[in-house]
Design a protein around this ligand. Structure first.
Ligand SMILES: Cc1ncc(COP(=O)(O)O)c(C=O)c1O
Length: 391
């Protein structure tokens, strides 16, 4: 194997991030607090169009704090999408609550609004409404918020938006992260912008964000000594990483354009190849195409998703199956689920392709060649991009 490895979604830094990081280092504000954190929070809130934001150590921390701020605790239920990364459901469990999983709709792959309405009606009939709903915006695309928010308003259930994968996306002209009472973001290494690890909790409610900051810094009461009336967490973002985040935030729009251009390249280059279909973009949204995802139809393609993945791997190209639904995960066995067949099918057939904003056109062409050269019958051609048996 001679070619360089092509990664799924590697970090994409520019000289500005390095400058800001070194300036923060030289200032000796090397702490989970500092002027870069304050600036990053202000600039982030302005970029998303939200009133306030608290910079945290991860997106998972943001989800955990959001649920705590809504009073989620043992004995509660929290409804969420089954098609998500485990962090969403883990945060529910951290609070001692039980996740309830809903299937995806095929239009956006996000939570099916009709199933949510059914679930909330059923909960109301049973006399126990969920304490919150976490709506996830998967792979850079917002959920269908009008019916989702209408269903939640009907029963007065608060919404937390898990926008970890969707910073920069829009739905009806409104930025991802602004649809719930709180929005949670991730700057993990594979995200559209990254601080290596980090997250943000954003809200128009100043009191919630203030409280998040308090809980995230060990809930220290105002006093000259160490005084605590609440259990707190060590969830604040480092000042050094906030400096990196500021540089990344300044190029977010470019990164969205670059990721959408990757998607367009794949779509054009694979058009007409039977058995490869792309994740749809809902009618009212603008996805960032954080990851370009395809569905592989084994009957039309003559190869399964796993055949394609392994064939790409032999070409030193990283791709990943779409999230395995939470209701199929051993750790969440026994949790209630409504539907599930759509998400199961997306997992079975879905593949995330290399989507970094720093992919070169040669690398993109290598991925396309790799997909086109998966032989009918499912075995990849491991040696050589010239051989094209299919397509
Ligand atoms: C949907 C979703 N929610 C939450 C997270 C957690 O974010 P973090 O890794 O920053 O904790 C991630 C990604 O990592 C994610 O994809």
């Amino acid at each position: 194997m001679c070619s360089n490895r092509i990664y799924l979604s590697p970090p994409h830094m520019s000289p500005r991030e390095r400058e800001l990081l070194l300036a923060a280092f030289d200032s000796n504000w090397i702490a989970p607090l500092g002027p870069e954190v304050d600036r990053f929070e202000r600039e982030f809130a302005a970029a998303v169009g939200v009133g306030h934001a608290a910079a945290l150590s991860s997106g998972t921390a943001a989800l955990h704090l959001a649920l705590l701020l809504l009073g989620v605790g043992p004995g509660d239920e929290v409804v969420t999408s089954t098609l998500t990364f485990a962090a969403t459901a883990n945060a529910i469990r951290y609070c001692g609550a039980a996740p309830v999983f809903l299937d995806s709709e095929t239009r956006t792959w996000n939570m099916d609004p009709a199933l949510l309405a059914e679930e909330l009606d059923a909960c109301a009939r049973r006399g126990k409404l969920p304490r919150a709903v976490i709506v996830v915006d998967i792979y850079g695309q917002c959920a269908d918020y009008e019916p989702i928010l209408a269903a939640c308003r009907r029963w007065d259930v608060p919404v937390v938006e898990d926008a970890a994968e969707a910073l920069g996306a829009e739905h009806r002209g409104r930025a991802a992260g602004r649809f719930g009472v709180m929005g949670c973001f991730s700057f993990n290494g594979n995200k559209i912008i990254t601080t290596s690890g980090g997250g943000m909790l954003a809200s128009d409610h100043a009191r919630l964000v203030e409280r998040a900051r308090l809980l995230a810094s060990q809930a220290r009461d105002p006093a000259p000594h160490y005084e605590h009336s609440l259990v707190g967490y060590n969830y604040r973002m480092s000042n050094l990483l906030a400096a990196v985040g500021r540089g990344q935030l300044a190029v977010l729009r470019q990164r969205v354009r670059q990721r959408r251009a990757n998607f367009e390249f794949y779509r054009r280059s694979l058009a007409g190849l039977p058995g490869i279909d792309f994740m749809p973009e809902g009618p009212h949204g603008r996805s960032t195409r954080w990851l370009t995802c395809v569905l592989v139809d084994p009957r039309r393609r003559g190869a399964t998703r796993e055949d394609v993945r392994l064939s790409l791997e032999r070409e030193n190209i990283e791709s990943r199956p779409v999230w395995k639904p939470m209701h199929l995960q051993p750790v969440f066995a026994g949790c209630r689920v409504r539907g599930g067949a759509v998400a199961e099918d997306l997992f079975e057939r879905g593949l995330c392709l290399p989507s970094g904003s720093n992919l070169s056109s040669d690398e993109l062409a290598r991925v396309v060649d790799g997909i086109r050269s998966v032989a009918a019958g499912g075995r990849g051609i491991s040696s050589g991009r010239a051989a094209r048996k299919v397509g």
